[in-house]
Unconditional design. Structure first.
Length: 447
């Protein structure tokens, strides 16, 4: 297989960077409001089940493909299955990452603007209307496009520095801070009177609240939060040394992802219920509900600033992975500099993100199948492209990739029993594809 000119300097750097790719808007922004709108504890339980049974095997599969080929996503499938059409999976991933990052960066821009505003205390004010503030920011073409541009600029700068000096160095700083800030927020949230009602809502399953659509959203959420399905992890693992255990690394990333989702719920729902707020607020849950809640607590400005900085860190580490898969796809043959490709990609993503940025202002009346451009982009990526990509990856590993290479990559760096490999392979070959097909078809009313 091909040789990479760059590699992760340490196993910890790879795990933290992979966790950073997984933990972002999915775990901190999308997970709480999806949980709030889909039954609380029941949605969380289904999400955990999908993450372990479906998401984890797919994550291992992407690691196996990436390190097995030692190439970025598009080239990896071409090398592992030459003279075949399987390379479309890598192209599917690059297209998915591009579309995802175009609307992801819009929310990233909101977070960046809120973070900058929170530092001098511009958000929490006496008798402030936080719904109106959120509407002002998201409804302003200038502010949303400015936030989009600044957020993408940060991404371009980091990705231009490469793997060791860009993604890995930033992840080693940002990911530990993420956990520290979250634990502080959880401790504070649990001290409120009435917090137990929020914990009950979040951790006690009520399956009567689940629908076919809720199950599809839980499946899509597990893929979204693990960053699988668009071959991001194929690209990341292509920079990985052979002595690192792929199953153990994937397991650690999955556990940390579930843990962050748990922390997100424990930080948000106790506060929401303690102050009599609405858990099904939707995408504005963090931006409307939390400022309202923090304004009613001592040192609220400090805690809100901490949370927004945490949120910004998580969003950035996740967005780095999406820009990396796009950049690496066009720098593989070394005919273009990383800095130039990242800059050009950033410009195109910025242009593509403008319609989503204007979905709450100039283009608010423009609908696709009853959805705004922003919501339609989210639905397409989360509920079609990610499950579709995971299905293709599972089929590729099961029926096309050389089985000896698959086995070698699975066992490199570990002494796991052969039964673990057999269990994983059977899951990826049969259960994963069937589950994805059944959930998607059922959610669309086909079966």
């Amino acid at each position: 297989m091909g040789n990479k000119t760059e590699q992760w300097s340490t196993k910890l750097g790879f795990i933290l960077s992979s966790t950073g790719a997984a933990v972002g808007l999915g775990a901190i922004w999308k997970f709480p409001y999806m949980t709030g709108m889909n039954g609380g504890g029941a949605f969380f339980l289904v999400f955990i089940a999908f993450t372990i049974i479906i998401g984890l095997p797919i994550l291992i599969a992407e690691f196996v493909i990436g390190r097995g080929a030692q190439k970025e996503a598009v080239s990896a499938y071409r090398i592992l299955a030459p003279r075949s059409g399987w390379s479309f999976i890598g192209k599917w991933g690059v297209a998915g990452a591009f579309l995802l990052l175009s609307f992801y960066s819009v929310v990233g821009g909101w977070v960046l603007l809120y973070s900058l505003m929170s530092i001098p205390g511009m958000i929490i004010k006496e008798n402030a209307d936080y719904a109106a503030l959120f509407g002002t920011i998201t409804g302003s073409p200038f502010l949303t496009i400015l936030g989009l541009a600044l957020f993408l600029l940060i991404n371009v700068i980091v990705i231009s520095f490469g793997i060791k000096n860009g993604i890995e160095k930033s992840s080693k700083v940002l990911m530990p801070l993420l956990f520290v800030f979250f634990i502080i927020l959880v401790i504070r949230a649990l001290t409120f009177e009435g917090a137990m009602e929020g914990i009950t809502f979040f951790l006690q399953p009520d399956f009567s609240e689940l629908t076919a659509s809720s199950i599809l959203y839980a499946l899509g959420q597990s893929f979204f939060s693990l960053a699988v399905g668009i071959s991001v992890m194929v690209t990341y693992s292509s920079y990985l040394k052979k002595d690192v255990s792929l199953p153990m690394s994937a397991g650690m990333v999955s556990i940390m992802n579930i843990f962050v989702s748990l922390l997100a719920g424990l930080a948000i729902f106790p506060v929401v219920f303690a102050f009599g707020l609405e858990p099904s607020e939707g995408p504005g849950l963090l931006f409307i509900v939390l400022p309202e809640a923090f304004s009613q607590m001592p040192f609220g400005e400090v805690f809100l600033s901490l949370f927004l900085l945490l949120f910004l860190f998580a969003v950035l580490t996740s967005s780095f992975s999406m820009l990396e898969i796009i950049t690496s796809a066009f720098t593989e043959k070394k005919q273009r500099s990383r800095k130039k490709v990242a800059s050009i990609a950033g410009v195109f993503i910025f242009i593509a993100g403008i319609p989503a940025a204007l979905s709450s202002s100039n283009l608010s009346e423009f609908k696709l199948f009853g959805l705004t451009i922003f919501d339609a982009s989210d639905f397409l990526v989360s509920n079609i492209m990610l499950p579709g990509g995971c299905l293709f990856i599972a089929l590729f590993i099961s029926f096309k990739m050389d089985k000896q290479l698959v086995k070698n990559e699975f066992f490199n760096g570990n002494n796991l029993p052969s039964g673990v490999y057999q269990l994983w392979f059977q899951l990826i070959r049969w259960l994963v594809p069937l589950t994805i097909i059944i959930v998607v078809l059922n959610s669309f009313g086909i079966i």
